[in-house]
Design a protein. Structure first.
Ligand SMILES: [Zn+2]
Length: 177
């Protein structure tokens, strides 16, 4: 699976909900996880492989040898901390750049697993940041849309330079997807 790279308009679309329990999602999730690991990402959203469905794959456990991705079908942030932090984020769809983004420190996410079971997960640290980043993708938001106005201008400039120098997915300072 190839990674869709900005400014491809696919990345700006709002994705449709998945049919919960759809057997076809297992194959999609498996291929997405493969693409994520192949590009040294810690998360990937379906639109990043050209599929406009609300499905994300996340694995921030970069230390572990075992590949154990979490697949979230129709994920939704149901609670989040008011406390936030600004940190540099990368994205496989915006190769070569890192953009400061403000995110909640803690989130609670509801979702369905691949068997159609309703689940929730609570996360902080990199996991919380990654969930917020991936769910933004499902609403057509990339790093450029999630950044503040000043950082956005800088990011667009940096991105032009990065593309001109041939940056590939996975090349960034901080790898959040
Ligand atoms: Zn991304």
């Amino acid at each position: 699976m190839d990674i869709v790279v900005a400014p491809n308009p696919i990345l700006r679309q709002v994705c449709e909900p998945c049919e919960v329990g759809d057997k076809g999602l297992k194959k999609l999730a498996k291929e997405m996880a493969k693409a994520m690991y192949a590009n040294n990402g810690v998360g990937l959203a379906a639109p990043q492989v050209g599929v406009l469905k609300r499905l994300i794959v996340v694995d921030c456990d970069v230390e572990s040898e075992k590949k154990n991705p979490i697949v979230l079908v129709n994920p939704e942030i149901v609670e989040q901390s008011e406390e936030s932090s600004i940190e540099g984020e990368g994205c496989l769809s915006c190769p070569g750049i890192s953009v400061p983004i403000e995110r909640s420190l803690w989130v609670k996410v509801s979702f369905y697993d691949l068997d159609g079971n309703a689940c929730t997960v609570e996360a902080d640290g990199l996991w919380a940041r990654c969930f917020q980043h991936e769910i933004d993708h499902l609403d057509g938001k990339t790093l450029f849309e999630s950044a503040g106005p000043v950082d956005r201008l800088q990011a667009l400039q940096d991105y032009e330079t990065a593309l001109a120098s041939g940056a590939k997915p996975g090349e960034t300072d901080v790898r959040v997807r």
